[in-house]
Design a protein around this ligand. Structure first.
Ligand code: S3P
Length: 184
């Protein structure tokens, strides 16, 4: 791996079920840099899972933890970071990511999100009311924020996470952020 890719922080943002963690793992493998999952980091620091955090501390408590973890992740020397779907809500988080690296928005349709999130297990925001309605509402509120923040927007609905990761690699290469890589 090159020095350039080593130092680069790539933040994957997008709604629940957009494949941030899966694509992120592939991308880190392709670039040969560490992969960090923000939600997993929050859980490991809390010693509890996300549904528990929402139950006990509310969404507000979860958002506080999310910002605290992000503050550390933006200091990481270089990594692919999969964020949680709501990380873009706080201006503070958006500023940190913009300053620290490249933001990639994985764009998917609500229909694809519905398919991928299944019963909504492990995702407290999908536990109440109609899941499709919730996802639509969240998308309406958040899509402008994802778009405004993103340096790169990738259509990630195709289903092949490795291919999506390759696409991201290609765009980053075109922008001169990592060395260009022509084919495998
Ligand atoms: C959330 C998305 C989840 C997790 C939490 C809140 C959101 O992450 O951070 O349940 O606000 O959209 P994923 O996007 O990885 O599902």
């Amino acid at each position: 791996m090159s020095d350039d890719a080593e130092g680069l922080r790539i933040f994957l943002v997008g709604p629940m079920g957009s494949g941030k963690s899966t694509v992120g793992r592939h991308l880190s493998d392709i670039l040969g840099c560490p992969f960090i999952d923000s939600d997993a980091e929050i859980e490991s620091r809390a010693g509890a899972d996300i549904p528990w955090i929402f139950d006990v501390e509310g969404e507000e408590g979860f958002r506080r933890r999310e910002t605290t973890v992000l503050k550390d992740l933006v200091e990481h020397p270089g990594a692919v970071v999969a964020t949680g779907g709501g990380v873009i809500l706080a201006a503070e988080n958006r500023e940190m990511m913009t300053r620290a690296g490249v933001v990639v928005f994985l764009n998917v349709s609500v229909a694809q999100q519905l398919k991928r999130t299944g019963s909504g297990e492990g995702r407290p925001l999908l536990q109440q009311g109609d899941r499709e309605e919730t996802l639509k509402q969240l998308m309406a509120e958040r899509e402008p924020l994802y778009r405004a923040l993103a340096d790169v927007i990738i259509s990630a609905g195709g289903g092949n996470a490795r291919k999506v990761a390759r696409q991201i690699e290609a765009v980053l290469g075109e922008r001169g952020l990592i060395p260009r890589h022509d084919g495998e």
